[in-house]
Unconditional design. Structure first.
Length: 177
């Protein structure tokens, strides 16, 4: 086995462990979250982590067998669309009257930290990747993990300061518009 393939397979093993931990965390968050929006977002994140695991396993199996990258992983796509947009629509629908539990905010903090570490991991791996398909896969993972991070950060802002969130999102603060 050449060094690039060995490194890629080690990266995929580590990535799979991270995604498994993420899925388990989001699964717990879905069952303990008291806020309906939080439950929906955590459910979508859990599904994304599951998709990431399937994607990673598929690549790993391909590399184990053929010992070459393929484009098969591209067929495994997130079905719900952009989480940030979904969250924004939910927030605007529900308005600024919300109930928030401290444990929900703590779960958001944990998720934000988890997603930031995932982005950092994949970005580091991108610097080591030499195969164009591997680089494309890692860039896709970075983008999806950044999307998760942004959605969780936005949700925390909304739950912590709904009026501030609406001022920022509606751009109706000082400009009168």
């Amino acid at each position: 086995m050449n060094e690039d393939l060995k490194r890629a397979m080690e990266m995929l093993s580590t990535a799979l462990e991270m995604e498994e931990r993420g899925k388990a965390f989001y699964q717990r968050a879905v069952s303990t979250c008291k806020n309906d929006m939080g439950k929906e977002i955590f459910q979508a994140l859990m599904e994304d982590e599951n998709l990431h695991m399937v994607r990673i396993r598929s690549i790993y199996e391909t590399l184990s067998g053929k010992q070459a990258w393929s484009e098969n992983w591209k067929e495994l796509k997130v079905t719900h669309g952009d989480l940030g947009s979904i969250f924004e629509k939910m927030a605007k629908k529900r308005g600024s009257e919300i109930d928030v539990d401290t444990s929900d905010l703590e779960a958001l903090d944990t998720g934000i930290d988890f997603e930031a570490r995932s982005v950092e991991f994949y970005e580091k791996q991108l610097t080591k990747a030499t195969n164009p398909l591997e680089q494309e896969f890692i860039r896709k993972m970075v983008a999806e993990e950044r999307g998760h991070h942004a959605a969780l950060t936005d949700m925390k802002f909304y739950l912590s300061d709904p009026a501030g969130w609406f001022r920022e999102k509606e751009h109706s603060g000082l400009d009168g518009g």
